[in-house]
Design a protein. Structure first.
Length: 99
């Protein structure tokens, strides 16, 4: 009997990638970047497809906050965006992350 093929080795994530994946992108629904990236790598190639796959974009803001981040993630092929050290302007929501 032939042995089953070994599962492919997954690349270990760096601390920065782990931190990026757990960041909330859609604050209305609490959808994290990792979930959005996963939807993109599984074929969601538009913001609307990502929103359907993840449940993002249909909260109180009407996707005005998460749409630009999702567009950047799609353009990057679903790779998590690096965190920036920039402090948001005073009037920004302190819990909202911008790339």
């Amino acid at each position: 009997m032939a042995d089953a093929p070994a599962p492919p080795q997954e690349k270990k994530l760096s601390i920065e990638e782990i931190k990026a994946r757990i960041r909330v992108v859609c604050i209305c629904k609490g959808i994290k970047m990792g979930r959005i990236c996963e939807a993109i790598t599984k074929g969601a190639d538009t913001v609307e497809k990502v929103n359907r796959a993840c449940g993002s974009g249909n909260g109180g803001c009407g996707a005005t906050r998460c749409r630009p981040v999702i567009e950047k993630l799609i353009a990057g092929g679903g790779r998590p965006l690096p965190l920036t050290e920039e402090k948001p302007p005073e009037d920004d929501d302190e819990f909202y992350w911008k790339p």
